[in-house]
Design a protein around this ligand. Structure first.
Ligand SMILES: NC(=O)C1=CN([C@@H]2O[C@H](COP(=O)(O)OP(=O)(O)OC[C@H]3O[C@@H](n4cnc5c(N)ncnc54)[C@H](O)[C@@H]3O)[C@@H](O)[C@H]2O)C=CC1
Ligand SMILES: CC(=O)[C@H](N)C(=O)O
Length: 419
């Protein structure tokens, strides 16, 4: 790569910053207007109105943390709110020790994956070297477990201030609206998943950060090979979530080639976790079944019994993320990798749970939006490049996953009943 392409060009960067001062106001005005126009269109279109039912359902569902955040974003994301976090940011920076450890910022850190990742990275790099951020208020235990800071990824100056004041070297970009929630609010998904990503890419390139952006099985569509799906093939997803993730993969790789940005991306399958709730995706059923099985002995599944999707236990997902971030650059023959652990259908998962809880009753009430999404996604994921290049290997298959989830949720509900 030529030196002139090696770095984000300083002139480009200065120009970009200058333009942002003006552009951000105009862009905000334009975005607000667009948001109104799209909301009007959204209310008028019968098909989209039908989708809003999905949103309402998700909003009322106790498992769906993201709807709360989606409402919060609507209030704050287009406002000209300026950063109040400068003092917070420098407060956090004073406690950093001067070691070789990366200084990590995780955006969208209060979702299903962020808190677990912070825990893993803090174990490795030290508590104060990993800052969680989000636009939501952190629960008490998260707030007291290490540095937390407010950060709206649509606020470019706020992001830059946090990166500069805390001397961030690694950025893990988790903020997103997932597949089902994204279909229910396309304008918001477009803003967070696409405009937000542009801010992240520019900041990472300007400040020489190592950037991790997760992609998903949802970055593939009905015309992709589905069984198995390789790293490189046709990608024509039919959701705004998938479209935004293909965009992220391509933009990240472009910034890598054009500016030398150290961009790393894993396409995650559906992630299953016991102590954090999914944020409104198509694979959420595979988490909810465990909670319902333990608490009520009944589960109503919103996908057909034979819908096969790739899945992974959260510990494998977070370890893969750390491993690819630490992988020596010469081992990476690509910048975007599929990773996988297992594939199963709701029926197969239910049967495995019933081995432990034979009284579990499973019924099916198909959500057409989620079913259409699932039918367009990979059934099996080919992750041989990750396995060959940086020795990716999963630990959890279906039986271990089920055992671990039931142990965790079972012991948790016993504690709750006792107290
Ligand atoms: N959980 C899964 O099964 C999978 C997740 N991924 C990806 O991993 C990443 C993390 O996923 P989850 O934790 O499950 O997502 P989540 O939906 O649980 O959390 C996303 C977080 O982003 C935050 N957010 C929304 N708008 C924001 C804004 N303007 N500024 C800052 N933060 C904002 C929300 O408050 C929320 O806490 C996402 O990019 C997702 O696409 C990919 C494949 C599978
Ligand atoms: C697989 C994903 O990206 C996510 N869990 C979703 O279902 O939207």
């Amino acid at each position: 790569m030529s030196t002139q392409h090696n770095q984000f060009d300083r002139r480009d960067s200065a120009l970009l910053k200058e333009q942002r001062g003006e552009a951000s106001y105009t862009a905000r005005k334009r975005d607000t207007l667009l948001s109104f126009q799209l909301t009007y269109w959204y209310l008028k279109m019968p098909v989209v109105r039908a989708l809003s039912k999905v949103a309402k359902k998700a909003l009322l569902a106790p498992v769906c943390g993201c709807q709360v955040s989606a409402v919060a974003v609507r209030h704050v994301s287009f406002s000209p709110r300026q950063v109040t976090s400068a003092s917070d940011a420098s407060f956090h920076s004073v406690s950093f020790s001067e070691t070789d450890h990366p200084k990590v910022l995780i955006t969208g850190g209060l979702g299903q994956l962020g808190v677990g990742l912070a825990k893993l990275l803090r174990k490795r790099f030290g508590k104060n070297n990993v800052i969680l951020s989000d636009i939501r208020k952190p629960p008490t235990h998260v707030f007291h477990s290490g540095p937390f800071i407010y950060s709206d990824i649509l606020d470019y100056k706020n992001l830059r201030e946090i990166v500069v004041n805390n001397r961030i070297t690694w950025l893990v970009h988790y903020s997103a609206l997932l597949s089902a929630v994204g279909e229910a609010n396309v304008p918001l998904a477009r803003a967070v998943n696409i405009t937000g990503l542009h801010n992240i890419l520019d900041i990472a390139a300007e400040h020489g950060l190592r950037l991790f952006v997760p992609s998903t099985i949802g970055a593939f569509g009905p015309t992709s090979p589905r069984n198995p799906t390789p790293d490189l093939c046709v990608q024509r997803p039919r959701t705004i979530y998938g479209v935004s993730k293909v965009h992220a993969e391509l933009m990240g790789e472009y910034y890598h080639h054009r500016y030398g940005l150290d961009f790393r991306c894993l396409r995650y399958p559906g992630i299953i976790s016991a102590d954090s709730q999914p944020g409104g995706g198509t694979t959420d059923y595979a988490v909810q079944i465990f909670h319902d099985a333990v608490k009520t002995g009944k589960f109503e599944c919103n996908l057909k019994p034979d819908t096969r999707l790739p899945m992974m236990y959260i510990d494998d997902c977070l370890r893969a993320t750390l491993e690819v971030m630490e992988a020596p650059v010469e081992t990476l023959s690509m910048r975007t990798y599929n990773i996988n652990a297992m594939s199963f259908t709701p029926d197969e998962l239910a049967q495995e749970v019933q081995k432990q809880l034979p009284d579990l009753q499973v019924t099916y009430n198909i959500d057409p939006v989620r079913q259409a999404i699932a039918d367009s996604w990979p059934m099996n994921f080919d992750d041989s490049n990750a396995r060959n290049d940086w020795s990716w290997k999963h630990d959890y298959d279906l039986p271990e996953l089920v055992q671990t989830m039931l142990n965790f949720i079972g012991s948790d509900s016993q504690v709750a009943q006792a107290s």
